[in-house]
Design a protein around this ligand. Sequence first.
Ligand SMILES: Nc1ncnc2c1ncn2[C@@H]1O[C@H](COP(=O)(O)OP(=O)(O)OP(=O)(O)O)[C@@H](O)[C@H]1O
Ligand SMILES: [Mg+2]
Length: 254
Amino acid sequence: MSAEKIIFLNQKGGVGKTTTAVNVGSALAQMGKRVLLVDIDSQSNMTSAVSADSRLPGTYEVIVGQCSPRDACQPTPVKNLFAMAGNINLAGLNIELVNEESREFFFKNAIAPIEDDWDYILVDCPPSLGLVTMNAMCWAKYVIIPLQCEYLAMEGLNMLMRTIANIKKSLNPDLAILGILFTMYSKRTKLANDVVEDISSFFPDLVFKTIIPRNVRLSEAPSHGLPINVYDASSAGTKSYQSLAEEVVSRVRK
Ligand SMILES: Nc1ncnc2c1ncn2[C@@H]1O[C@H](COP(=O)(O)OP(=O)(O)OP(=O)(O)O)[C@@H](O)[C@H]1O
Ligand SMILES: [Mg+2]
């Protein structure tokens, strides 16, 4: 069986892409799935959040053919959870690829040899829709869209969904939205409740039932290089990402 291929995508920065990729990945690993987290962001936040080493060959080196994909998979503190590191070289990759033939398919071609090794391959995207992100969109089967419950969330979402629809039409007919995820939710905030209500009524089938609350333990865990289920197993963050992982498993099965 080939891996379920999921990207965490939103062109807006700081909405919880990395937090979600890491903690869904770790929750899936705890359920016994073999999970590879792939960092395609030159900030490499995902890499450090699971104590992987961004000085070792990583996603950039795999994409340009300097390292085999299998050799770029590093263990993490969590059993069954591995990481392909991001590093600063990724920052120049949009420009390096621009004049290449089939420039949208470098990632897909590079990662293909290891797809059968994993149950899930999860890609953490940068906050942009540049060529490297396009490469992830041309490879993936599913998109998870993390969304912060704030003013103008809907505008960014519409634009992103148009982009996804365009890629599906032109370059990757397999691409589908697995779900929209509300993150950093505070139930006492009226605006947050309004945003959840609006977007849920607009996209009732797409919104995940699980809503990720604002939880200080989730923001502390990355500086310890640990996913939330290892850093604080009893936190609200752990419970919410476990519940999201269960939803992900049941949605990909459909
Ligand atoms: N549920 C949460 N509760 C509290 N803090 C959170 C939560 N989710 C994310 N954060 C914090 O918010 C910040 C942004 O989150 P994160 O890095 O996951 O977003 P991102 O979309 O990956 O950002 P970028 O676009 O820069 O890659 C981080 O400091 C993270 O620790
Ligand atoms: Mg990030």
